[in-house]
Design a protein around this ligand. Structure first.
Ligand SMILES: Cc1cc2nc3c(=O)[nH]c(=O)nc-3n(C[C@H](O)[C@H](O)[C@H](O)COP(=O)(O)O)c2cc1C
Length: 213
């Protein structure tokens, strides 16, 4: 099963569209797929209980029980993981960060040699959507390279990155105080560039599905 996690509050927004395209790509190879929306769930971030690192305990298991627990269980069994988030204030959304912190921290040991306890090697990818233009993207994504690198180290292979910049934000720009945006330019981007970004997501989904063994 290839699992995509949507860290946007908008279940049918830009991030969901990119994730759905990636899952369609994966499904086109015959892979089973599932999209999980995080915002309807009541899940906290790591509470620093350290159960996951206790000698003689269940290493790699997050002991906190809430709506993220079954999601973490599914992630443990997944053939590939796809993390999708809009950028909020130059980082991932709080819900996505909460889930990622629990997933990463529960599988990380403070040992010198054995650092990670994830049982298998699986592919993963991060898909981001955001409002700034493409030319600011590299600097933006470099801010959370620690998360990408940690995920790659934990899952045994480097995580892929994909983004869609200059996102379409409002259903109708005339209703909002937002005159620094040029609606016609945004619409052109939505109609001409966003489909190309979704095509890249589709191809990413195919790569993830093919890489899973
Ligand atoms: C609270 C909030 C903060 C945002 N902060 C940023 C930001 O720092 N940089 C940026 O480029 N876009 C920012 N945006 C724009 C969103 O990242 C962009 O519209 C995104 O595509 C929304 O994804 P969605 O349609 O999946 O919800 C922000 C949007 C919101 C609602």
């Amino acid at each position: 099963m290839i699992i995509a996690l949507n860290g946007s509050p908008r279940p049918n927004g830009n991030t969901a569209a990119m994730l759905r395209a990636a899952l369609e790509g994966a499904a086109s190879t015959g892979a089973e797929t599932k999209l999980i929306q995080l915002y309807p769930l009541k899940g906290k971030g790591c509470v620093s209980c350290f159960s996951c690192k206790r000698k003689g305990g269940k290493l790699g298991h997050c002991a906190l029980k809430d709506d993220f627990s079954p999601v973490l269980d599914m992630m443990e069994q997944a053939d590939a993981l796809l993390f999708g988030s809009p950028i909020y204030y130059y980082t991932l959304t709080p819900e996505m960060l909460a889930l990622i912190h629990r997933f990463l921290f529960s599988h990380m040991l403070y040992n010198k040699e054995k650092r990670w306890v994830f049982p298998r090697v699986i592919p993963s990818a991060f898909i981001y959507t955001f409002g700034v233009k493409e030319n600011a993207a590299d600097e933006l994504l470099a801010r959370f390279s620690f998360i990408h690198n940690s995920m790659g180290n934990m899952l045994g292979r480097p995580a892929e990155l994909l983004y869609s910049a200059d996102a379409w934000q409002f259903s109708d720009y005339s209703l909002y105080e937002a005159d620094r945006f040029d609606e016609a330019e945004k619409r052109r981007h939505l109609e001409e560039v966003f489909p190309l970004d979704k095509q890249k997501a589709f191809e990413l989904g195919i790569r993830l599905a093919k890489a899973k063994n």
